[in-house]
Write a new protein. Structure first.
Lengths: 102, 102
Protein backbone atom coordinates (compact mmCIF):
# COMPACT_ATOMS: atom_id res chain seq x y z
CA UNK A 1 0.00 0.00 0.00
CA UNK A 2 1.24 3.48 -0.94
CA UNK A 3 -0.09 6.56 0.79
CA UNK A 4 0.41 10.16 -0.17
CA UNK A 5 0.24 12.04 3.12
CA UNK A 6 -0.33 15.81 3.11
CA UNK A 7 0.46 17.83 6.24
CA UNK A 8 -1.14 21.29 6.38
CA UNK A 9 0.18 24.04 8.63
CA UNK A 10 -2.14 26.65 10.10
CA UNK A 11 -3.52 28.85 7.29
CA UNK A 12 -3.76 32.62 7.51
CA UNK A 13 -7.53 32.43 7.01
CA UNK A 14 -8.80 29.20 8.58
CA UNK A 15 -12.45 29.70 7.56
CA UNK A 16 -11.53 30.16 3.89
CA UNK A 17 -9.09 27.23 4.07
CA UNK A 18 -11.59 24.74 5.47
CA UNK A 19 -14.34 25.88 3.13
CA UNK A 20 -12.11 25.42 0.09
CA UNK A 21 -10.69 22.17 1.39
CA UNK A 22 -14.03 20.44 1.86
CA UNK A 23 -15.90 22.04 -1.06
CA UNK A 24 -13.18 21.81 -3.71
CA UNK A 25 -9.93 20.09 -2.78
CA UNK A 26 -11.21 16.93 -1.10
CA UNK A 27 -13.61 16.17 -4.00
CA UNK A 28 -10.75 16.73 -6.50
CA UNK A 29 -8.63 14.25 -4.54
CA UNK A 30 -11.27 11.60 -5.02
CA UNK A 31 -10.97 11.93 -8.82
CA UNK A 32 -7.40 10.55 -8.89
CA UNK A 33 -7.48 7.34 -10.96
CA UNK A 34 -7.09 4.21 -8.82
CA UNK A 35 -7.37 5.97 -5.47
CA UNK A 36 -8.82 3.65 -2.83
CA UNK A 37 -9.60 6.01 0.03
CA UNK A 38 -9.01 9.47 1.43
CA UNK A 39 -8.62 9.66 5.20
CA UNK A 40 -8.86 13.11 6.75
CA UNK A 41 -7.49 13.70 10.23
CA UNK A 42 -8.17 17.10 11.78
CA UNK A 43 -5.58 17.93 14.42
CA UNK A 44 -7.08 18.85 17.79
CA UNK A 45 -3.95 19.07 19.95
CA UNK A 46 -0.24 18.46 20.28
CA UNK A 47 0.14 15.53 22.68
CA UNK A 48 2.98 17.32 24.48
CA UNK A 49 1.21 20.69 24.66
CA UNK A 50 1.60 23.96 22.80
CA UNK A 51 0.34 24.94 19.37
CA UNK A 52 0.15 21.95 17.00
CA UNK A 53 2.48 22.22 14.01
CA UNK A 54 -0.28 21.13 11.62
CA UNK A 55 -4.06 21.54 11.42
CA UNK A 56 -4.83 18.69 9.00
CA UNK A 57 -3.22 15.40 7.99
CA UNK A 58 -4.79 14.01 4.81
CA UNK A 59 -4.00 10.52 3.53
CA UNK A 60 -4.58 9.42 -0.05
CA UNK A 61 -4.46 5.64 -0.26
CA UNK A 62 -3.35 3.61 -3.31
CA UNK A 63 -3.19 -0.18 -3.51
CA UNK A 64 0.29 -0.42 -5.05
CA UNK A 65 3.17 1.49 -6.60
CA UNK A 66 2.05 1.08 -10.22
CA UNK A 67 -1.40 2.51 -9.48
CA UNK A 68 0.15 5.35 -7.51
CA UNK A 69 2.62 6.19 -10.28
CA UNK A 70 -0.16 6.24 -12.88
CA UNK A 71 -2.26 8.51 -10.66
CA UNK A 72 0.63 10.93 -10.25
CA UNK A 73 0.98 11.19 -14.04
CA UNK A 74 -2.73 11.79 -14.63
CA UNK A 75 -4.39 15.06 -15.72
CA UNK A 76 -6.48 14.81 -12.55
CA UNK A 77 -3.31 15.07 -10.48
CA UNK A 78 -2.17 18.13 -12.40
CA UNK A 79 -5.50 19.78 -11.59
CA UNK A 80 -5.13 18.73 -7.95
CA UNK A 81 -1.65 20.28 -7.77
CA UNK A 82 -2.89 23.51 -9.32
CA UNK A 83 -5.69 23.66 -6.80
CA UNK A 84 -3.28 22.99 -3.92
CA UNK A 85 -1.14 25.93 -4.97
CA UNK A 86 -4.24 28.14 -5.14
CA UNK A 87 -5.25 27.75 -1.48
CA UNK A 88 -2.33 26.17 0.43
CA UNK A 89 0.84 27.60 -1.07
CA UNK A 90 3.68 27.38 1.44
CA UNK A 91 1.73 25.52 4.12
CA UNK A 92 1.49 21.99 2.64
CA UNK A 93 4.09 19.23 2.98
CA UNK A 94 3.28 16.18 0.82
CA UNK A 95 5.09 12.90 1.46
CA UNK A 96 5.08 9.56 -0.35
CA UNK A 97 4.96 6.64 2.10
CA UNK A 98 4.98 2.85 2.07
CA UNK A 99 3.16 0.74 4.62
CA UNK A 100 5.42 -1.09 7.08
CA UNK A 101 4.47 -3.89 9.47
CA UNK A 102 4.67 -3.35 13.24
CA UNK B 1 -12.26 7.71 15.56
CA UNK B 2 -9.30 9.29 17.31
CA UNK B 3 -5.78 8.84 16.00
CA UNK B 4 -2.54 9.74 17.68
CA UNK B 5 -0.17 10.51 14.81
CA UNK B 6 3.58 10.57 15.43
CA UNK B 7 5.88 12.25 12.90
CA UNK B 8 9.56 11.29 13.17
CA UNK B 9 12.31 13.45 11.73
CA UNK B 10 15.53 11.92 10.44
CA UNK B 11 17.48 10.41 13.36
CA UNK B 12 21.22 10.84 13.81
CA UNK B 13 21.70 7.06 13.68
CA UNK B 14 19.07 5.60 11.32
CA UNK B 15 20.08 1.95 11.87
CA UNK B 16 19.78 2.23 15.65
CA UNK B 17 16.52 4.15 15.29
CA UNK B 18 14.80 1.57 13.08
CA UNK B 19 16.06 -1.35 15.14
CA UNK B 20 14.72 0.17 18.35
CA UNK B 21 11.50 1.26 16.69
CA UNK B 22 10.54 -2.18 15.40
CA UNK B 23 12.00 -4.28 18.25
CA UNK B 24 10.83 -2.17 21.19
CA UNK B 25 8.68 0.87 20.47
CA UNK B 26 6.13 -0.58 18.04
CA UNK B 27 5.40 -3.57 20.36
CA UNK B 28 4.99 -1.17 23.32
CA UNK B 29 2.50 0.85 21.29
CA UNK B 30 0.36 -2.25 20.84
CA UNK B 31 0.03 -2.62 24.64
CA UNK B 32 -2.01 0.59 25.00
CA UNK B 33 -5.42 -0.39 26.39
CA UNK B 34 -8.20 -0.12 23.79
CA UNK B 35 -5.92 0.53 20.82
CA UNK B 36 -7.47 -0.75 17.58
CA UNK B 37 -4.57 -0.61 15.17
CA UNK B 38 -1.12 0.80 14.53
CA UNK B 39 -0.43 1.92 10.97
CA UNK B 40 3.20 2.53 10.07
CA UNK B 41 4.06 4.63 7.01
CA UNK B 42 7.72 4.83 6.04
CA UNK B 43 8.43 7.96 4.05
CA UNK B 44 10.12 7.29 0.72
CA UNK B 45 10.07 10.77 -0.84
CA UNK B 46 8.82 14.33 -0.70
CA UNK B 47 6.27 14.66 -3.51
CA UNK B 48 7.75 18.03 -4.49
CA UNK B 49 11.39 16.92 -4.29
CA UNK B 50 14.19 17.46 -1.82
CA UNK B 51 14.85 15.77 1.49
CA UNK B 52 11.61 14.66 3.20
CA UNK B 53 10.95 16.42 6.52
CA UNK B 54 10.05 13.10 8.19
CA UNK B 55 11.14 9.46 7.87
CA UNK B 56 8.16 7.79 9.56
CA UNK B 57 4.51 8.62 10.19
CA UNK B 58 2.97 6.27 12.77
CA UNK B 59 -0.76 6.22 13.48
CA UNK B 60 -2.27 4.81 16.66
CA UNK B 61 -5.99 4.27 16.16
CA UNK B 62 -8.65 4.42 18.92
CA UNK B 63 -12.39 3.92 18.42
CA UNK B 64 -13.53 6.96 20.41
CA UNK B 65 -12.48 9.79 22.71
CA UNK B 66 -13.22 7.95 25.99
CA UNK B 67 -11.05 4.98 24.99
CA UNK B 68 -8.30 7.32 23.85
CA UNK B 69 -8.39 9.34 27.09
CA UNK B 70 -8.20 6.16 29.18
CA UNK B 71 -5.26 4.91 27.14
CA UNK B 72 -3.41 8.20 27.63
CA UNK B 73 -3.83 7.88 31.43
CA UNK B 74 -2.61 4.27 31.52
CA UNK B 75 0.69 2.98 32.93
CA UNK B 76 1.37 1.50 29.49
CA UNK B 77 1.33 5.01 28.03
CA UNK B 78 3.77 6.26 30.64
CA UNK B 79 6.13 3.44 29.65
CA UNK B 80 5.62 4.34 25.98
CA UNK B 81 6.48 7.99 26.65
CA UNK B 82 9.61 7.02 28.56
CA UNK B 83 10.68 4.82 25.70
CA UNK B 84 10.01 7.58 23.16
CA UNK B 85 12.28 9.95 25.07
CA UNK B 86 14.99 7.27 25.16
CA UNK B 87 15.38 6.92 21.39
CA UNK B 88 13.58 9.83 19.68
CA UNK B 89 14.12 12.85 21.90
CA UNK B 90 13.76 16.03 19.88
CA UNK B 91 12.74 14.36 16.62
CA UNK B 92 9.14 13.27 17.35
CA UNK B 93 6.01 15.39 16.90
CA UNK B 94 2.88 13.70 18.29
CA UNK B 95 -0.55 15.03 17.34
CA UNK B 96 -4.06 14.13 18.46
CA UNK B 97 -6.50 13.99 15.53
CA UNK B 98 -10.17 13.37 14.86
CA UNK B 99 -11.45 11.75 11.70
CA UNK B 100 -13.29 14.11 9.34
CA UNK B 101 -15.45 13.17 6.35
CA UNK B 102 -14.37 14.14 2.85
Amino acid sequence: MIKLIALYEKPDDPDAFWEHYFAVHAPLTMTLPGIEAVNLNRVTADAFGGEPRYVLIAEMVFPDRATFDAAMRSPENRALGQDLRSFARGIATVLVTEEASA
